[in-house]
Design a protein around this ligand. Structure first.
Ligand SMILES: Nc1nc2c(ncn2[C@@H]2O[C@H](COP(=O)(O)OP(=O)(O)OP(=O)(O)O)[C@@H](O)[C@H]2O)c(=O)[nH]1
Ligand SMILES: [Mg+2]
Length: 461
């Protein structure tokens, strides 16, 4: 059975100069032809592919708009099917009326990501590339954009396909051995496998390592705002986000759950996480919040430790000792309440407690004093690669997990070979490794997994 012909508005919801309505499927041109009237009466289905035509959209005797319509013929289109695109005026009413007319004429509403899903099913792109389309649309910084473009152009797909091919060859030899089990022959050279596994692991390992960077580029570098209650953490979060995101009050223990949001500074995406104030709480809910604060500190790449001149901050600063591999900035907050001398003395006493490498910055979340210096320091500390042109950055959690599983299977296969375990067991691990590598580039037939991936796309993509 042929898939239904789908239609959707591909441009954002709302009013614009123009809007695009996309139709894909074997009946795409026929369906559009039933509402498209060109000045000379020529049908779109009679036009050459990759051409654009002027005409009116007329439905049930009513002219809805004057539009341009583009014609693409399978397989030379985004989805690999016949595609028609209508460029109409960007009124919400017109867009919806045209979409409704298409549905009246036999099209089905496209689900989120269905055009890209079809492109994948028709082998126009592999799964890594399809997912990169989603990342490209969501890109908010130059590196995010570069990373997505790189993957859309093929990225590490080719490398993975190549390695998988070699593993498949080895597996088929091993399986041949299993067929001749009684004759005690060895078709699959174990030394060669060791070399192959080493090569594959040396490709996979940096990809796994790169996930921390890829994830930071995609979801923002996690920066946790921590410190004692009432030192002004939530006020600082709001100042950094330019938004009243977190509740602020003079009562200690206002923030109980972690609150987070992203903002771009100097071209880098940061994820700021406000946490519950750290102290020896007796209240159970507050204790839970504080536990979460410690988790967030653990997961963050950068810690902003907020202190005030009049607080006993040493116990909070001791957090830094257990997080020495992390980047930290100590903030002396509320400097609007201190004079020059008091600020100098407080900065000095904080600096004496912490490692000299750690920057102590005087700020005021309330008056925004010192905020720009803090932002600049953060951008310097983040120091993400300014270009993501290496094809070696994994930013997709699904790929990351598959790589980790493939790595584990391969390591077990190598161990099994070294211990001269039965070929059945070796074959099992290699089959697993192949399955995990395959799942990255898209040898996936599981409808749930595909729906999960493409469901995150917007409608019309
Ligand atoms: N003068 C002055 N007051 C501030 C500043 N930052 C915060 N405050 C005040 O300090 C009090 C606590 O601020 P919050 O931002 O809620 O502090 P917090 O660290 O999030 O507190 P908890 O969530 O309870 O841990 C509020 O009354 C704020 O108005 C500042 O820079 N200067
Ligand atoms: Mg707070």
């Amino acid at each position: 059975m042929k898939p239904e012909t789908i239609a959707a508005i591909a441009t954002p919801v709302g009013v614009g100069a123009t809007a695009t309505i996309r139709v894909s499927g074997s009946a795409a041109l026929a369906i559009v032809d039933s509402i498209f009237v060109s000045p000379r009466g020529k049908k779109l289905s009679q036009q050459k592919p990759n051409t654009i035509h002027f005409g009116k959209i007329v439905h049930r005797g009513q002219t809805l708009d004057e539009v341009l319509a583009a014609v693409f013929e399978a397989p030379h289109s985004y989805t690999g099917e016949d595609v028609a695109e209508i460029y109409c005026h960007g009124s919400v009413y017109i867009q919806q009326q045209i979409l409704q007319a298409l549905i009246d004429c036999g099209a089905t509403m496209a689900r989120a990501g269905e055009f890209t899903l079809r492109a994948f099913l028709n082998k126009k792109i592999d799964l890594v590339q399809a997912e990169a389309v989603g990342d490209l649309i969501a890109a908010r910084t130059p590196v995010m954009h570069q990373m997505a473009m790189q993957q859309m152009r093929g990225g590490y797909s080719l490398k993975i396909k190549n390695l998988r091919e070699q593993l498949l060859n080895f597996l088929s030899l091993l399986e041949l051995e299993l067929d001749f089990a009684e004759e005690d022959v060895e078709f699959a050279n174990r030394f060669k496998f060791n070399d192959l596994a080493t090569e594959i692991l040396s490709v996979i390992d940096p990809l796994i390592q790169s996930f921390a960077t890829g994830n930071a580029i995609k979801n923002g570098i996690p920066v946790v705002i921590a410190g004692a209650p009432n030192v002004g953490k939530s006020t600082l979060l709001n100042a950094l986000l330019n938004d009243e995101k977190a509740l602020v009050s003079p009562i200690p223990g206002t923030t109980r759950d972690a609150i987070e949001d992203t903002v771009t500074l100097g071209g880098t995406l940061f994820r700021f996480i406000d946490t519950a104030g750290l102290h020896a709480a007796t209240d159970t809910v507050e204790q839970l919040g504080i536990e979460r604060s410690y988790q967030k500190i653990e997961q963050a790449s950068i810690i902003l430790l907020v202190a005030t001149g009049d607080q006993q901050t040493n116990s909070q600063l001791s957090i830094l000792n257990s997080q020495l591999n992390k980047k930290c900035i100590v903030l002396l907050n509320k400097i609007d309440t201190l004079n020059e001398e008091e600020i100098l003395a407080a900065v000095k006493s904080l600096q004496n407690v912490v490692n000299q490498q750690i920057t102590v910055l005087p700020i005021s979340g309330k008056t925004r004093q010192g905020l720009e210096t803090l932002q600049q320091t953060l951008v310097q500390l983040a120091a993400l690669p300014q270009n993501a042109d290496s094809d070696c950055i994994v930013s997709n959690a699904r790929h990351y997990e598959a790589f980790v599983h493939a790595q584990q299977s391969l390591q077990r296969a190598v161990l099994a070979i070294n211990q001269q375990v039965s070929p059945e067991l070796i074959a099992f691990e290699i089959r697993e490794a192949i399955a995990h590598l395959s799942s990255i580039v898209g040898e996936i037939t599981d409808a749930d997994v595909l729906n999960n991936i493409f469901g995150k796309f917007c409608i019309g993509k």
